[in-house]
Design a protein around this ligand. Structure first.
Ligand SMILES: NC(=O)c1ccc[n+]([C@@H]2O[C@H](COP(=O)([O-])OP(=O)(O)OC[C@H]3O[C@@H](n4cnc5c(N)ncnc54)[C@H](OP(=O)(O)O)[C@@H]3O)[C@@H](O)[C@H]2O)c1
Length: 336
């Protein structure tokens, strides 16, 4: 322990190579020091996200300069700051989007990406916000340009991303249809505000969403599935519709008839959050602070927490995520 009360080393979750959840094991490493523009956070809670599963499997390497410790979002207390960061931030309760290192007792974050814990939120609730709210904001509103009165179709409606997309789209005045794998997930999405939940195991989403939109199709589709969904998304999108790809739970490689892209004047785009620059992420953070933090603090929108496990059980958290029975977020908590 140093004079600042920060210990020399800490528990973190190490990736012992790539593979199944068992490659995630607790280990010890030195507590990192904040570089210029960074803060060091004593982590109280961290979110588990599907990209962590892809990283563990070896399909989603950390961007250059990022450590290979998994974890993209945290909440905790700032205990030290690097050069150029206001000393007054020490002691602040924050939630932060981080490019790696969240599965640990201490984690570095860029100063502008460490946002205040929303009033009334627990650390677990706060840690469940950054990854999905940054992702949904930049893809649904910035890239996808969703407007009030338009219809959004969200695939994977019960996922961490889906539960956030439903609430934000509804809060900003859109109609929302989702696809889900079972009735329990459908009910949860409807309760969160979705106007229509389509069980893809028993219903054809193309036909159902066409009917839901009186034949027009959704103006925006947020898709994390890819594969067989790509052609079907193009088929069901509205005139001047937009499709935003944020993941490929099925394959990224398919043969597709792109003719409707011209006929319907569609826009097909996508993005991944993690490799974007701090400047770009800071712009998203500012938009969230202005437009979404008031909604979080008013209880209009909020993270849906499915399970909270101790940090040491990160492997179990990944098993749960891959079983795909969860609704909302799976979280890790450090010992108080
Ligand atoms: N581009 C970005 O910046 C970015 C950032 C964060 C996350 N993502 C992506 O967004 C997606 C959701 O992330 P998350 O953390 O919210 O994950 P999650 O909670 O595990 O959600 C994944 C959901 O997808 C549904 N699903 C549909 N088809 C599936 C299939 N073939 N295999 C497995 N699940 C399937 C599952 O629900 P059903 O039972 O209904 O199938 C499951 O709940 C992931 O693809 C992730 O990589 C992208």
């Amino acid at each position: 322990m140093t004079a600042t009360g920060i210990p020399a080393d800490m528990t973190y979750i190490r990736l012992h190579g790539h593979g199944g959840p068992e490659v995630l094991e607790p280990d010890r490493m030195p507590v990192p020091s904040p570089a210029a523009g960074e803060v060091l956070v004593r982590v109280a809670a961290a979110g588990v996200n599907r990209p962590d599963v892809e990283q563990r499997r070896g399909n989603y390497p950390p961007p250059p300069g990022a450590s290979d410790v998994p974890g993209l979002e945290i909440a905790g207390i700032i205990v030290a700051v690097g050069e150029g960061v206001a000393r007054t931030r020490v002691g602040e309760a924050v939630c932060a989007l981080v490019h790696s290192g969240g599965y640990a007792e201490y984690c570095l974050a860029s100063d502008p990406l460490a946002l205040p814990v929303p009033k009334g939120f627990s650390m677990v609730q706060a840690a469940a916000v950054p990854e999905t709210f940054f992702t949904v904001w930049t893809n649904v509103f910035d890239r996808g340009g969703l407007k009030p009165g338009e219809t959004l179709l969200v695939h994977g409606g019960s996922s961490g991303i889906g539960t956030t997309a439903i609430q934000l789209a509804k809060a900003f005045g859109s109609r929302v249809a989702v696809t889900v794998g079972n009735g329990l997930k459908a009910d949860a999405c409807l309760k969160l505000g979705a106007d229509r939940a389509i069980n893809y195991n028993t219903e054809d989403f193309v036909a159902e969403v066409k009917e839901f939109t009186d034949g027009r199709g959704p103006n925006l589709i947020l898709d994390m599935v890819g594969g067989s969904y790509i052609a079907r998304n193009i088929r069901c999108a509205a005139q001047d519709g937009r499709i935003v790809q944020i993941g490929f739970l099925e394959s990224p490689k398919v043969e597709v008839n792109f003719a409707p892209l011209m006929v319907k004047r569609l826009t097909y785009t996508g993005s991944t959050l993690r490799p974007r620059s701090v400047t770009e992420k800071a712009a998203i953070a500012r938009a969230l602070s202005d437009k979404v933090w008031p909604l979080l603090e008013a209880g209009t929108v909020g993270p849906v927490i499915h399970t909270v496990l101790p940090l040491a059980e990160a492997a179990e958290a990944h098993r749960l995520m891959e079983e795909s029975r969860h609704i909302g977020k799976i979280m890790l908590e450090t010992e108080p």
